[in-house]
Design a protein around this ligand. Sequence first.
Ligand code: RET
Length: 281
Amino acid sequence: AAASPTSSVAPIPTVIPTLPEYQKATDVGNRTLWVVFVIMVIASAAFAGMSWTVPVSKRLYHIITTLIVIFASLSYFAMASGHGIGYHHVVVTEQHSHVPDTTKDVYRQVYWARYVDWSLTTPLLLLDLSLLAGLNGAHILMAILADVIMILTGLFAAFGSEGSPQKWGWYTIACIAYLVVIWHLAIHGRALAMQKGGKVGNFFAAIAGFTLVIWTIYPIIWGVADGSRHLNVDQEIIAYAVLDLLAKPVFGAWLLFTHMRMPETNVEIGGFWSQGLSSEG
Ligand code: RET
């Protein structure tokens, strides 16, 4: 719709800016955040309570798993009370056939507190699974570092500009890091656990398979919510809430209850862990 150079009237701008749009959570999203906060607190108390039913030397999974839900409680408290939230700015151009194109500034909420949570809790979840499979220190370290790269590059993607390689570039890098995590746990870890044979092998295959499915939904939700804004902020909050409940309290309860009835899952860690300086039961 460009004005012709010989036209006597002032040229009509080809792009007309319109009012900015703010995409943020409503009461529905906010209430969801508070509900998940409460569930995470209950899970923290329950898992901590369970750890007192076993001697210190058998508490490693309890401690790791309790910390996972404590970190989740902290991040949900932050998000529900309005902390850890930023705005991502995008300029959206809307094309029209008979009138000039319009551009709109869109400001969408980014709950960055999630990434702080995930950068601490996903390594701890991997540690639980690594100990169960019997991975060695080198593999545990690589899996955890690849996981931290995945979360931090995911955070960069969330604030990446759309008209540049930033957003989907960082997203691709995060997905590659995720493949490294999958290789260590689902392929190498599974093979190791199966070598241990019997119950532990089967249990690892089941809980690692569950983890793989749940974790893989996160980048999909990210793509349709943060990435392409097909889900609004409330829907995004609900989707992550369901996943977080499955990945943390449900995963944790499954692990700890199975550990209780299956002594073969014990981690043999001597010295510093179970005795320390003053030896205690
Ligand atoms: C992002 C976006 C970039 C690409 C990938 C992602 C993966 C995230 C995962 C998160 C898992 C979170 C868990 C939380 C526990 O409650 C960062 C979404 C691959 C796998 C298990």
